[in-house]
Design a protein around this ligand. Structure first.
Ligand SMILES: [Zn+2]
Length: 123
């Protein structure tokens, strides 16, 4: 069942673990950053359903589509490669990665439901 609680849990755990693995691979240590990332991601886990509210069985359109997931994945990769030059840019990069990670995990989870995702959907 795909509901708000499931999206918050999967987004929080998925983003938190991703940040933990990345940090551990780079430094061999863990800070509180993955926990903060997972907490913010769990808050943002239902973001796609705020953009396209689940008011009917056909609510999944462009912002719930494979096309949007591919575009967002590409943008997320560019954000990942971005090398911030200030603390503010570092915070912005962190928040964008958390938000896009939560969004993509939501779409991944929705894609595994019986209704799945549209290829493009309507705008
Ligand atoms: Zn959804």
């Amino acid at each position: 069942m795909s509901n708000g609680a499931t999206h918050r849990l999967t987004s929080g755990v998925g983003v938190g673990l991703t940040f933990a693995l990345q940090e551990y691979n780079e430094t061999g240590e863990l800070s509180a950053k993955p926990l903060v990332a997972g907490s913010i991601a769990s808050i943002l886990g239902s973001l796609p359903d705020l953009v396209e509210p689940a008011t009917n069985p056909h609510h999944r359109q462009f912002f719930h589509s494979y096309a949007f997931a591919i575009i967002l994945g590409g943008v997320t990769y560019q954000i990942y490669k971005w090398e911030p030059e200030s603390t503010l840019q570092d915070i912005i990069r962190f928040l964008l990665l958390v938000a896009s990670g939560a969004y993509l995990i939501h779409l991944l989870y929705d894609s595994q439901t019986p209704r799945g995702l549209p290829i493009i959907g309507k705008l």
